[in-house]
Design a protein around this ligand. Sequence first.
Ligand SMILES: Cc1cc2nc3c(=O)[nH]c(=O)nc-3n(C[C@H](O)[C@H](O)[C@H](O)COP(=O)(O)OP(=O)(O)OC[C@H]3O[C@@H](n4cnc5c(N)ncnc54)[C@H](O)[C@@H]3O)c2cc1C
Length: 381
Amino acid sequence: MDRTLFEEEHALFRETVRKFMTREVVPNHAQWEKDGIIPREIWKKAGDLGMFAMSVPEEYGGIGITDFRFNVVVIEEIIHAGASGLGFGLHNDVMAPYFIDLTNDEQKARWLPGFVSGELITAIAMTEPGAGSDLQGIRTTAEKDGDDYVLNGQKTFITNGINSDLVVVVAKTDPAAGARGTTLFVVERGMPGFVRGRNLDKIGLKAQDTAELFFENVRVPAANRLGNEDGQGFFQLMGNLPQERLSIAVVAVAAAEAVLTETINYCRSRQAFGRNLGSFQNTRFVLAELATEVEIARLFVDTCINALNAGTLTPVDAAKAKWWTTELQNKVIDRCLQLHGGYGYMTEYPVAKAWLDARVQTIYGGTTEIMKEIIGRSFGF
Ligand SMILES: Cc1cc2nc3c(=O)[nH]c(=O)nc-3n(C[C@H](O)[C@H](O)[C@H](O)COP(=O)(O)OP(=O)(O)OC[C@H]3O[C@@H](n4cnc5c(N)ncnc54)[C@H](O)[C@@H]3O)c2cc1C
C-alpha cells in the first residue's frame, strides 16, 4: 500500500539524513561496536545538520517546527543504515519533551542551544537495580537543603549513560507520599558526587553506551529541578511515556521491514536442491505472512504518529503500538533468520545483528507485560 504519512519536506530531510548516515556513520559503525560507544563528534555533526529537536523555538537554536514525522525520518534512516548504536532516538524522541515542555525560560536558555547542536547529550535515569517496571519503588532520594537538593542513590541500564552531559534523574523528594513524592532533576556532567559506573556489556546494541550511574551526596541546585514544585515527577514521566513508546514502535516496524526486504533478496539468490529458496512454498508462505503483518503494523503506527502530532495519542494506544510491534519485530526477524540457515547465525549477516538488537525492544520503555497491564486497566477491571 502507498504510504501517505510524509510530505515533500520530509523527503528532502530524509535525503540529508541518509547522506549523513552513508558518509559519517556506516563506514565507522563496526568500529564503534567494538568500542562500545559512539564518539561525541558524531553528535555534533548530526546537530549541525539540524537532526535534533526541531520543535525547539528559534530563540533557543531550533527551528520551531513541531512535527514528529521528522523524528520518524531520523529513526528510519538509522535503521536503514544498520546504525543501532546511535542513541539519537533517546535524545530526540524521549528527552526533547522534558527539556522543551518542562523547563522554565532560564533553563531553556541554558540547555536548549546545546541540546539542538549536539553539544549537550542527554539521558534519563529512572531504573534502579531494585526497581524497573515498578517505578514507584525507586529509592533514590533528593533532600532539600537550603537552595539545593542533596541527591543519593543508584541507577542502572541508562542509555547514553557514559556520553551524557545532562541526566534527568527521577528521585523521591517525599518518600512517604507515593506517586506524589517524586521529582525530576537535571544532573550535569562534573557535579561533585556524580559518578559513572561501567559501560555495560550487552548482547545487542553494541555501539550504544548503557551505564550504571551513582549519586553520592550530589548537591543539585533548585534551579535544576524540572517543574515549579516538588512531587510532580511521576506525572511528568507518565505524560512523556506515550511518545517514548511510539518511538520504540517506529523502530520496531522499520527494523522488521528492513530485515524482510533483505531476506526476500537472500531467498532470491540462495540455492538449495538446485532451486532458489523462494521457489519453496514454505518460504513464500512464511514471507507472505510476515509481509502482511508488517504492513498492518505500519498502518497502525502511522496512525499513531498522526495522533501524536494532533495531540490525541492516548497512553493506551501507545502501549498497544509498543507491545504489538516489538513482539512482531522479534518474530519477523527470528523467522527471517531461519530462512538464512547457518548464515543467519553469523554476526557478519545483518539478520544476525538485527536479531540481537531486537531482543531488548520488548523490555525497555516498559515491558510487554506492563503494556498489557496498561491496556487491561483501561477496561475498568
Ligand atoms: C539496553 C537497555 C537500555 C535501557 N535504557 C534505559 C534508560 O535509558 N533509562 C532507564 O531509566 N531505564 C532504561 N532501561 C531499563 C528498562 O526500562 C527496564 O529494564 C525495564 O523497564 C524492566 O525493568 P527491570 O529490568 O527492572 O525488570 P523487572 O521489572 O524486574 O521485570 C522482570 C520481569 O517481570 C515482569 N513483570 C514485572 N512486573 C510485572 C507485573 N506487574 N505484571 C506482570 N509481569 C511483570 C516484567 O514484564 C519482566 O518480564 C534500559 C534497559 C536496557 C536493557
